[in-house]
Each structure stands twice: as C-alpha cells, then as structure tokens.
Design a protein around this ligand. Structure first.
Ligand code: TXA
Ligand code: MG
Length: 320
C-alpha cells in the first residue's frame, strides 16, 4: 500500500472528511464505494479523477433515510415508494428525475439521478453523521474488479484518497440492481443484489434491454468490458486443464481440482447468495496468481445468478 491512506472505523474522522470535501472510501452491503459530499463539486471531480472514470458516466447518490429523497428527486412517485418500502435499505438503486440541488457532475449532465439507501448499518451511520447525501461509484479503477474489502480498495487506490472507512467484507458482494422508473414503465439498467423476480412480484413486469445500443443510451455505465481482470477470462461449463497455468472460478465444487494451477469454489453447496458474496474477491485472487487463463463456469440464470452471469460476461469481453 502506498503511504497516506489510513484505514479504520473512526466515524467522526470519516464524516468530518466527507463534510469538509474529502474523498472517503466506504463499505456498503454490495461493494465498497468512493464517496464525496454532493456539496463539494471539487471532491466529486476528484472521485472521477481517482477512478479514471469518464465524466459521461453518472454516480449513485447514497442517502440514510428515504425522506432525503425529496431533496434529490423532483418527485417520489407511488412506484418509487412501493419499491423503497420493499427493498430499502438494500441493494436497489432507483433512477428518477433530478432536482437542481444535485450537481450536473454527479448525473453527467442528465436530467435524472440514481439514488439508494445502503443496507449495511455502518454505512448508514456514516451517512447520518456526515449529514449530506454522498455520491459514490464503486471504489475501483474504472472497468476493473470491484472491491469487497477495505484492503482491496487500499491495494487499488491507496495513496490517492483521504480515508478508507472499514465496514468489513461486503455481505452481498455484487453491486445494486439499477432500475429506471422515470416513466410509467420500469426498465432494468443493471441486474444486481435485488433479484428481478422479487421486484416483479412487487411492481409487475420490468423491461429489459435486448441490444447494446439502446441500453447504452439509457445506462451509460453499462459498457461491454467491465469488472475485468488483467488475466484473460473465458466462460465454460467444463474447465479443461492443459499445459498452461489455468485457474478455475467455479460456482460449485470442481472435479480433478489438482489438475489446475488454482481453483476458487464460490459455493460448495451451490448457493447463489454465498457465491455472490465471494465472487469479486475470488476473481481478484485468481487475477493475482500469475495464471495464463481463468476459466469461469456460468451460474444458473435465476435470482442473483443473472447478475453474476452479467458480471462474468463483461469480465470476459474482449473489447469495450
Ligand atoms: O452497489 C452499488 O450500486 C455500488 C455501491 C457503492 O453503492 N455502486 C456502484 O456504482 O456500483 P457504479 O458507479 O460503479 O455504478 C453505478 C451505475 C453505473 O452503471 C451508472 O451508469 C448508473 O449506475 N447510473 C448512475 N446514475 C444514472 C442515471 N442518472 N441514469 C442511468 N444510469 C445511471
Ligand atoms: Mg462500478
């Protein structure tokens, strides 16, 4: 780790830094975020700079209580209220028309804003103590593997930020589901920690994009190549060993595991929730193991398995 990047659980230090325009990494239930106060545009600009994130890709605004949504969004329609009651605090992000209070830098000049109440209690405590909405993308360099521990953040961004507020390992382990409810028809912009099936049970059918172009207009962050290790990653139902150093990222247990240079079993009992919690950390360990290739097995296309398959496809994409 580079010097100058303290990690800790000092709530007053973290909240003071945020209030005074610092950039603070904070754990949530999904992944670690890189936070800046919505009242400090310079700090928000620094978040883009540290991540090397293109400014056309807007940030999620994190709030502690749903009453704060009124300051940020022009309205909070009945569908938003129903979703908030069902899934907040938790891994669901809602996209709604924004108020002027939200700087254009946060929303990449869009008339809409993405908001959520994170599910982890330490994160909400920090948001309450800071007393301002916090804009935060995932705390990884743009396009790379998302961090699920404070150490992951330190390894990738240490030295460039002011503090890492350690909230322990992320329990969900995969980013929030992003849902656009600016019109009467809800659109899924990103599958994530809240299952589509559970959302549809509450509000009925949700539209999904089939075709990259239309999706890219609505969801600027959904570039094909994302969440990517440096090692070549291939998706295959049956990992095969050869002369090269092959690592396996497997949903369940692996036959002949000793044939491979390195094996990560995400859930021996094939439990999707457990697999999601382990996913990014396991991918990161494989990426650091000096392998020639990572072979990853796909997940069942249900529940959080959809979100995991989405991350795998983007991690495997050869071009952006
Ligand atoms: O779980 C999460 O969502 C984590 C934690 C830290 O909260 N955050 C996260 O942020 O994953 P980020 O920046 O890596 O992903 C946010 C996604 C991007 O794909 C972005 O394009 C989309 O949300 N987004 C943000 N504002 C939007 C808007 N106004 N319209 C459409 N998409 C938006
Ligand atoms: Mg991200």
């Amino acid at each position: 780790m580079k010097p100058g990047c303290p990690i800790g659980t000092d709530l007053s230090r973290a909240s003071e830094l945020l209030r005074n325009g610092g950039v603070v990494a904070l754990g949530t239930e999904t992944v670690y975020g890189l936070g800046a106060s919505r009242e400090h545009p310079k700090a928000i600009a620094r978040v883009f700079e540290v991540k090397n994130r293109p400014t056309f890709d807007p940030l999620i605004v994190h709030i502690a209580e749903s009453e704060q949504a009124g300051d940020i969004t022009q309205s909070f329609p009945p569908m938003a209220q129903i979703l908030a009651n069902a899934f907040w605090p938790g891994p669901l992000t809602l996209v709604l028309p924004k108020r002027d209070y939200v700087p254009d830098l946060v929303t990449a000049g869009r008339p809409t804003v993405a908001i959520r109440i994170p599910g982890a209690e330490p994160t909400r405590e920090l948001l309450r103590a800071a007393g301002v909405p916090i804009a935060a993308p995932s705390a990884n360099p743009f396009g790379r593997i998302s961090p699920t521990t404070a150490r992951h953040v330190a390894d990738q961004l240490g030295g460039q930020i002011d503090y890492i507020y350690d909230c322990g390992p992320c329990a969900v382990g995969i980013e929030s589901t992003v849902l656009d409810i600016t019109s009467g028809t809800p659109w899924l912009l990103r599958p994530g920690g809240v299952n589509l099936e559970d959302i549809e049970e509450v509000i009925g059918p949700v539209q999904r994009f089939h075709g990259v172009e239309k999706g890219a207009q609505r969801a600027p962050g959904m570039l094909t190549k994302h969440y990517a290790p440096r090692t070549m990653l291939r998706i295959t139902a049956e990992p095969t060993a050869n002369a090269r150093r092959i690592g396996v990222l497997s949903f369940g247990s692996v036959e002949d595991a000793n044939k491979f240079a390195s094996v990560e079993v995400l859930s021996p009992t094939r439990d999707l929730t457990e697999a999601a919690a382990n996913f990014f950390a396991a991918l990161r360990r494989l990426d650091e193991a000096g392998l020639d290739e990572i072979q990853a097995t796909p997940f069942p296309a249900a529940g959080v398995g959809r979100a995991l398959n989405d991350r795998l496809r983007r991690a495997a994409a050869l071009e952006s």
